[in-house]
Design a protein around this ligand. Structure first.
Ligand SMILES: [Zn+2]
Length: 126
């Protein structure tokens, strides 16, 4: 568990892109199908390459990965947030991995790290 992309993620992404690109091509969307398929081939090749070197660091992944490609949700944790509608506004945050329920004052914070297990549940400040 963690933020690291592994070779499996790349291989899966590549296969998804290739299959998706194939569907688009069949559906008559040639340009889009070709582009997605090309991404898939690139993903797949990178996945094959890095599989010999171990996993990439997040920085390396961020440096080259195209933003619009359908990547699997690697390194994310399940959580649930409930925000009260009435004053005083409070947000209850249920951590999926450890089940800890934390109530914070105010609306849902942009970033949150579980106080019980220290897992980063989300980060919207990019
Ligand atoms: Zn937790």
């Amino acid at each position: 568990m963690g933020q690291r992309m592994t070779k499996e993620n790349f291989l899966i992404s590549g296969l998804v892109c290739i299959v998706f690109g194939g569907f688009l091509t069949v559906g008559g969307l040639w340009a889009m199908g070709f582009t997605v398929g090309l991404f898939g081939v690139v993903f797949f090749l990178v996945g094959m390459t890095v599989s010999r070197q171990g996993s990439l660091s997040p920085e390396e992944v961020a440096a080259w990965s195209p933003e619009q490609a359908p990547l699997p949700d690697a390194g994310r944790f399940m959580y649930r947030v409930d925000v009260t509608l009435d004053d005083p506004v409070r947000s209850s945050i249920l951590c999926g991995p450890c089940g800890h329920l934390e109530v914070v004052n105010g609306p849902r914070p942009p970033t949150y790290r579980c106080v019980a297990c220290d897992r980063p549940l989300w980060d919207e400040e990019e």
